[in-house]
Ligand binder design. Sequence first.
Ligand code: ZN
Length: 248
Amino acid sequence: MRYFVLSDIHANLEALDAVLAVVEPSLYDRIVCLGDLVGYGANPNEVVDRIRALEPAVIIRGNHDKVASGLETAKDFNPIARLAARWTRDHLTPHNQTYLAELPPGPRLVDDLVEVCHGTPYDEDAYLFGEDDGLLALATARRPLCLFGHTHVPLVLRMAPGGLSLDHLGGDDNPHTVSLESDGRCLVNPGSVGQPRDGDPRAAYAIVDTETRTVALFRQQYRIDEAQRKIFTAGLPAVLAQRLGVGR
Ligand code: ZN
């Protein structure tokens, strides 16, 4: 089984369409989406429409999906995210708001090898950056491979003989391929489609192959200028456009 993994699209239609243009249906069997379809970008309805049409095999909600659909308030958001969430909520169609509100929380089991969550397997809204969170997440995960998003930073965590290893995937490998050992557990963040924060502004996504037990992490160029123009035109905070240009 090959899973096409999309996370943190954040209403960036240009990034999503660029990724969908290169990942043809012959390259995967099922789609898995780790949440945060909306928030920050200028095309929430178009992105939700695309994802609905693709009929993901597994999809979970992100924190922005909860706020944009009215399930939660934006009290935990910073002022910029709060403004964007309010704009998104005002612009989502009722149909798409309902779709987002009904997305299930993570973690969810995908098959015998894979599970997914938005933040961590122990808390859908927690951020997994460092060793302590990583150890707790590895201990809580119920499958050998746990895919997560939320931080917008591609990352591979696994237990190594000397302790936890954190691989931040620098360098020019595209794709960067991760092999899963027959024993042991691995946590992989594919990075963000629509708002990368690792200093590489290209859209990020992954393909998991359960036969070869590999995760391939890809980066894809897209029309950042067009996504930025739409953010300005929409009246969303300008910093949201600027950060797309630097991938931070
Ligand atoms: Zn996000």
